[in-house]
Design a protein around this ligand. Structure first.
Ligand SMILES: NC(=O)C1=CN([C@@H]2O[C@H](COP(=O)(O)OP(=O)(O)OC[C@H]3O[C@@H](n4cnc5c(N)ncnc54)[C@H](OP(=O)(O)O)[C@@H]3O)[C@@H](O)[C@H]2O)C=CC1
Ligand SMILES: O=C([O-])CC(=O)C(=O)O
Length: 274
């Protein structure tokens, strides 16, 4: 398959074939109405040869900065360090970038201006979270407060910069330990691979400096648990989700499904939910 546009199908490219990217690639390969998988970018093509070769219509492999040339929608599912290299060339060409490493957006927020100037779009899926439709709606009125409490099993937090820098031993915990309390912006810095959800919540609502986050290392849970409370002039609501970790223990299984649901909406005749 080439990057040439053969029909009016939207071409989708994926950056990163880890726990999220492989599931999105498989779903596209099995068929999503009006969409086709045109290309992927990976760090080490040899490692992913068997997976790509096993797809019914194997996409081309291109360097990450070329994804925007061969697709209408570029889906970023790589480490946040790669976000700019993936998103910038796409939005410069007026394409859409779906961003899952949303924590990385905070330090690269000029990409939103770049997209606006060039007719591109940056789309943040609900990901491992819940209820961003309600938060978006409430934000049209006035939201007074947004609070989120995250509890993750030890394996879901290991290696986070906040834990390493503060020399916190979480390996031998026998009861829950509150690791962090602060804003979504600070959470994204200290836990870049664990708290994208806090940033997505903040961008839907009152922003990264007014969204309060607590993070607990909890040896008594087996799921990534996020509880959210929103107080607004239209409604008060609380939401919680208990995510089953994927083969990457930091990442909930539902994250890839959220992106697949978002991709399905691009050309679906019936769309439900905002
Ligand atoms: N928004 C949300 O709700 C959530 C977001 N996330 C975020 O999503 C992102 C992806 O998560 P996940 O799939 O679990 O991560 P994985 O570690 O499973 O996969 C990441 C993939 O990116 C690839 N990669 C690394 N460097 C590059 C590069 N330079 N060029 C191209 N590909 C590269 C890796 O390649 P290789 O296989 O060779 O190592 C790997 O395939 C992470 O940033 C994570 O924090 C996670 C959960 C929820
Ligand atoms: O999967 C989750 O529960 C959330 C997560 O890792 C993230 O926000 O990066």
């Amino acid at each position: 398959m080439t990057g040439q546009k053969a029909s009016n199908e939207l071409r989708v490219a994926i950056a990163g074939l880890g726990s999220i990217g492989t599931k999105i690639a498989s779903a596209l390969d099995q068929g999503i109405e009006g969409l086709t998988l045109s290309a992927v970018a990976v760090r080490n093509p040899a490692k992913h040869q068997a997976f790509i070769g096993g797809l019914r219509r194997p996409p081309q492999i291109v360097p990450i900065e070329q994804l925007g040339e061969v697709a209408d929608i570029v889906v970023e599912c790589a480490p946040s360090s790669q976000l700019r290299a993936i998103v910038e060339p796409a939005v410069k060409r007026g394409k859409a970038a779906v961003v899952v490493s949303v924590g990385g957006l905070l330090d690269n927020f000029d990409l939103v201006d770049l997209a606006r100037a060039n007719g591109g779009r940056i789309i943040v899926p609900t990901g491992a979270l819940i209820g961003l439709d309600a938060v978006n709606a409430a934000a049209i009125g006035t939201i007074n407060s947004v609070k989120m409490v995250t509890r993750k099993p030890i394996d879901g937090l290991k290696g986070a910069p906040f834990i390493v820098e503060n020399n916190i031993d979480i390996d031998n915990l026998r009861e829950p330990l509150k690791l962090f309390e602060g804003t979504a912006r600070e959470a994204a810095k200290g836990f870049p691979a664990n708290l994208n959800v806090a940033v997505a919540l903040s961008l839907a609502g009152v922003g990264p400096d007014r969204t309060s986050v607590q993070i607990w290392a909890d040896p008594t849970v087996t799921r990534n648990v996020h509880r959210i409370e929103v107080e607004a002039d239209s409604a008060r609501f609380s939401m919680s989700i208990e995510n089953i970790p994927s083969e990457n223990p930091k990442t909930g299984l539902i994250t890839a499904l959220s992106v697949i649901a978002l991709l399905r909406k691009q050309r679906a005749t019936l769309c439900v939910g905002t």
